[in-house]
Write a protein that binds this ligand. Structure first.
Ligand SMILES: Cc1cc2nc3c(=O)[nH]c(=O)nc-3n(C[C@H](O)[C@H](O)[C@H](O)COP(=O)(O)O)c2cc1C
Length: 319
């Protein structure tokens, strides 16, 4: 593990509830994190919200080479969420390190989680090896769950043997803790979490988007050029909370929960179900300040209820 993520507290104990949580030895000022693919490379948001008030941000998925993504239309709104098939458009790991990391490193207190994907295990290893040499990154999140690409992504996340192989190989060369992002498009997400944990994952995050299809009745065509896309937002929240709960029964490594979080109470639900931290994705499309507002709201929620440490919420579900 590199020295910058050995978490001698970047965040002194504040007055009021203690909002700090720890993921695989990395301390975050708040459990509320900006999710991958909905927060750019972080720096785009520095004039919009206080980046030091959020727990961390997750970069757009980074690949070995730059990727243009899928053809448009690739995002549509649904009645309670959105479907996207961006197809993992990104600038590539090398450009990210050279063009974005210098500025990101100047932002005090900002924790950085680099989201990694590839079409083969070798691709993922190459991305992580490039990131290993870049200072200022705290954790890796391995996307084993994208529903919008023909190869890799969800193929890894829905096959237990492949997932185990991928996690084992990538963990072996990672110099930072590895969070494995799980696909919800499986029968037993608890089993997949167990496979990831047994292969060496330091934490798991869930859920990625649900494979979905929207059709325009007039044209009889799919609304998304890729035909299918991933459903996110409030529509998926109760399913995601159930999955976090199942995973919390299956593994003892930390869980980062997400799926449809719009407000502080939603974050509390995920934590009671077993999450140590939460991520906020689609909400940032409606309100770019959503992540900060949810972090502030969660602090208030704890203050009003005299909860001394937000981490006390984790696994607090009463049956
Ligand atoms: C437009 C868009 C792009 C996304 N891109 C990525 C990505 O590159 N890597 C990844 O792991 N997840 C990606 N996701 C999934 C989100 O990080 C998150 O897992 C999912 O949207 C559920 O959370 P939400 O309902 O709060 O959005 C993307 C989601 C959206 C809506």
């Amino acid at each position: 593990m590199s020295s910058e993520n050995e978490s001698a507290s970047k965040h002194p104990a504040p007055k009021g509830p203690d909002m700090r949580v720890t993921i695989a030895g990395v301390e975050l000022a708040s459990p509320v994190i900006a999710a991958s693919g909905t927060f750019g490379y972080g720096v785009e948001f520095e004039d919009i919200l206080s980046l030091d008030r959020i727990g961390a941000f997750v970069t757009k998925g980074l690949s070995r080479e730059p990727m243009a993504g899928n053809p448009s239309p690739r995002i549509i709104e649904t009645s309670s969420g959105m479907i996207n098939a961006i197809g993992l458009q990104n600038m590539g790991v090398k450009a990210f390190i050279e063009q974005k990391m210098p500025r990101i490193r100047e932002i005090p207190g900002l924790r950085v989680i680099a989201n990694v994907f590839g079409f083969t295990i070798e691709d993922c290893i190459a991305v992580i090896e490039a990131l290993n040499d870049a200072p200022g990154i705290d954790l890796y999140e391995l996307n084993a769950s994208c529903p919008n690409t023909a190869h890799g992504g969800m193929v890894f996340g829905t096959d237990p043997a492949l997932l185990g192989e991928l996690v084992k190989a990538t963990r072996a060369i990672s110099t930072r803790p590895l969070i494995v992002k799980l696909s919800p498009n499986v029968t037993s997400i608890g089993e997949m979490a167990r496979v990831a944990a047994d292969a060496g994952a330091d934490a798991v995050s869930l859920v990625n988007t649900f494979l979905s299809l929207a059709i325009d009745p007039e044209t009889r065509r799919p609304r998304i050029a890729n035909v299918t896309g991933g459903l996110s937002g409030p529509a998926i929240k109760p399913i995601a909370v159930r999955m976090v709960y199942e995973v919390s029964k299956a593994v003892s490594i930390p869980i980062l929960g997400m799926g449809g979080i719009l407000k502080a109470e939603d974050a509390v639900e995920f934590m009671l179900a077993g999450a140590t931290a939460v991520q906020v994705g689609t909400a940032s499309y409606a309100d770019p300040r959503a992540v900060e507002n949810i972090a502030t709201g969660l602090r208030r929620w704890c203050t009003v209820r005299d909860i001394p440490r937000v981490s006390d919420l984790t696994g607090g579900l009463i049956l």
